[in-house]
Design a protein around this ligand. Structure first.
Ligand code: NAP
Length: 288
């Protein structure tokens, strides 16, 4: 029997309906959640991502400011904008779209964002919060993958999860979140000699590589949950993930497609983090 689809669009719709309710409740209390999205340069893919993020905010009743700057913006000027947004009470989340032009140090920029507004969860402090299980902001993509895995209803506790990829923004936080949920976790990467040896033992596989056909049906344990984070193009130019969907769907128990899987969930988790930031602000005001 083919795998059940983990439909990121449908799950996103459910979660965004809840976001809209939470945003309306906050707005009624004078705290409309606000997200600032900064884009430096004219990278076409980044322009699409930024537009989609802003639109998702507006659709859910959040306030969103989009700031576009030319590619020759200086690092100092960008730092000054972040400092101003850190102080802006109408803004609860700040997102700087990556990649930045070469002359700007991304770490300096990320670390300049106030931790309580780091809704992308990319700062060292946010990473530490994920690692220690403190309630900070989880990076949106692995956070969305967790929601997708949870949506299957399968108990993560005690399962063997294999994460393919170890980037700071996807693979590593993904592994830590699965660990926090009591999975036994293996992390594979480009120096892993026999990937299939690990993936064949996995009850849950998250592929976050950026190379199509990294995971094929013969590498999957029957019934496993497969989440495909990758964004690639096939030889016909069609969008595809890291997983060979046609062979994997015949073996897996649950599988997320590309497109329509992790992509919409990433944006949804950005909304959730921004709302959470506004809720925390309201709670801290009430406690004063
Ligand atoms: P990244 O920083 O390039 O990391 C890729 C990881 O894959 C690295 O850890 C690398 O290992 C590992 N890798 C490369 N070749 C491998 C192989 N043959 N076998 C096993 N592991 C291998 O990429 P990323 O930012 O994590 O993103 C991964 C993919 O997810 C990309 O396609 C990206 O576009 C996509 N993505 C999608 C979303 C979304 O919203 N849908 C969000 C973020 C990212 P080493 O560390 O050893 O080099």
């Amino acid at each position: 029997m083919p795998a059940q689809l983990i439909n990121g669009n449908a799950l996103s719709q459910q979660l965004r309906a809840d976001c809209a309710q939470r945003a309306a409740a906050l707005t009624a209390q004078g705290m409309q959640p606000g997200l600032a999205v900064i884009l430096v340069g004219e990278d076409p893919a980044s322009q699409v991502y930024v537009r989609n993020k802003v639109k998702a905010c507006l659709d859910a009743g959040l306030h969103s400011v989009k700031e576009d700057y030319p590619a020759d913006m200086t690092e100092e000027a960008l730092l000054a904008r972040i400092a101003a947004l850190n102080e802006d009470p109408s803004i609860h989340g700040i997102l700087v779209q990556m990649p930045l032009p070469k002359h700007i140090n991304p770490s300096r920029i990320i670390e300049a964002i106030a931790t309580h507004k780091d809704v992308d969860g990319y700062s060292v402090l946010s990473a530490g919060e994920v690692m220690t299980g403190l309630p900070g902001f989880r990076p949106c993509t692995p956070y969305g993958c967790m929601k997708m895995i949870e949506s299957t209803g399968v108990d993560i506790r005690g399962k063997h999860a294999v994460v393919i990829g170890r980037s700071n923004t996807v693979g590593k936080p993904m592994a830590l979140m699965l660990l926090q949920a009591n999975a036994t976790v293996t992390i594979c990467h480009s120096a892993t000699p026999d990937l299939a040896l690990y993936t064949r033992q996995a009850d849950i596989v998250v592929a976050a590589v950026g190379r199509r056909n990294t995971l094929t049906g013969d590498m999957i344990k029957p019934g496993a949950i497969v989440v495909d984070v990758g964004i690639n193009r096939d030889e016909a130019g069609k969008l595809c993930g890291d997983v060979d969907f046609a062979s994997a769907v015949e073996v897996a128990g649950y599988i997320s497609p590309v497109p329509g899987g992790v992509g919409p969930m990433t944006i949804t988790m950005l909304l959730i983090n921004t709302i959470e930031a506004a809720e925390r602000r309201l709670a801290s005001q009430a406690a004063r």
